[in-house]
Design a protein around this ligand. Structure first.
Ligand SMILES: NC(=O)c1ccc[n+]([C@@H]2O[C@H](COP(=O)([O-])OP(=O)(O)OC[C@H]3O[C@@H](n4cnc5c(N)ncnc54)[C@H](O)[C@@H]3O)[C@@H](O)[C@H]2O)c1
Ligand SMILES: [Zn+2]
Length: 273
């Protein structure tokens, strides 16, 4: 399976591209800007400090749980996800490659040391005690200029080991996915009988390339997504709809029901579907 932001929207984490568009909304920071500019890093961390509690509180939804259950039942193989929210693991999937890394860690751009985001959040709060109260106060009328004044005073976190700048441990726009991780994902694909792409517009090349490869090798590609994808012309089957409908339907055809399957002993798989 290859999953994208669409599988996490029901957990309250917005995607980048809605049903009607392949075009990106917003303007996420690029890797190049992040490395080059301390102001860009300050801006990232100031906003991330406000957004992190929301991500940290997000819970896996029905689609994540069905994927995990179908993996347990041996119907789905490993998941390669473009998401950075760790919700597959929270739902109980253990064979997961986080292609684009995870927001749950920060990495030092100088020495490579890792720090848990939850611990880092506490340090950010300590270094910026007024940031949360001030931004909350101005948020309702969206006073951008005032916001920017406060942002300029924000203190971005530094590495505990060497004082270097910290980056979220995710692959930013313009940054390459580490080669070893891509190779692992390609190895999984070479062993797969089918590639199921779920909740992704497949616009980002690092996910799209797996569909291309599957297509070139004649491996069937199934796309489940509520909207256009870059690979619609390449796939064997495309099903358009919400994942909260499609995955239960898929499970009803291929697997055992979610409620009973964790309690009952394993039975022989019904292969009539
Ligand atoms: N949850 C996350 O971790 C998260 C969230 C936003 C962006 N990102 C990052 O940004 C990039 C986004 O690319 P992408 O292809 O993963 O996402 P995308 O935003 O480009 O595409 C998401 C697709 O899912 C569809 N969708 C949304 N909710 C759905 C639902 N409930 N049921 C069915 N379809 C639904 C949308 O219509 C859209 O076509 C990725 O590289 C990812 O790393 C991650
Ligand atoms: Zn360091």
């Amino acid at each position: 399976m290859l999953t994208g932001a669409g599988i996490s929207t029901d957990s309250g984490i917005p995607d980048y591209r809605g049903p009607d568009a392949l075009q990106r909304r917003g303007n996420p920071i690029s890797y190049q800007d992040f490395r080059r500019s301390s102001a860009a890093r300050r801006r990232y961390w100031a906003r991330s400090a406000l957004g992190w509690p929301h991500i940290a509180a997000a819970q896996p939804n029905l689609a994540h749980r069905i994927v995990a259950e179908l993996q347990r039942q041996g119907i789905f193989g490993p998941v390669v996800t473009q998401n950075v929210d760790k919700l597959h693991q929270a739902a109980g999937s253990n064979a997961v490659i986080d292609l684009h890394g995870t927001l749950a860690e920060a990495i030092c751009l100088t020495c490579g040391a890792l720090e848990a985001r939850s611990a880092l959040q506490r340090r950010i709060l300590e270094a910026n005690p007024d940031w949360f109260t001030e931004t909350r106060a101005i948020a309702p009328d969206g006073d951008i200029e005032l916001h920017q004044d406060y942002e300029a005073a924000f203190r971005a976190p530094e590495c505990l080991h060497c004082g270097g700048p910290l980056k979220p441990n995710v692959v930013l726009f313009g940054e390459n996915v580490p080669r070893e991780r891509v190779d692992r994902a390609f190895r999984l694909l070479s062993a797969a009988g089918c590639l199921v792409a779920v909740g992704s517009s497949l616009t980002v090349f690092s996910g799209y390339r797996f569909v291309l490869e599957a297509h070139e090798r004649g491996v069937p590609v199934v796309i489940l997504n509520d909207g256009l994808t870059r690979a619609d012309a390449l796939c064997t089957i495309k099903v358009t709809g919400r994942l909260s409908d499609l995955l239960p339907a898929l499970q009803a055809r291929l697997g055992r029901p979610l409620e009973t399957s964790t309690e009952k002993p394993r039975q022989t798989k019904d292969t009539t579907a």
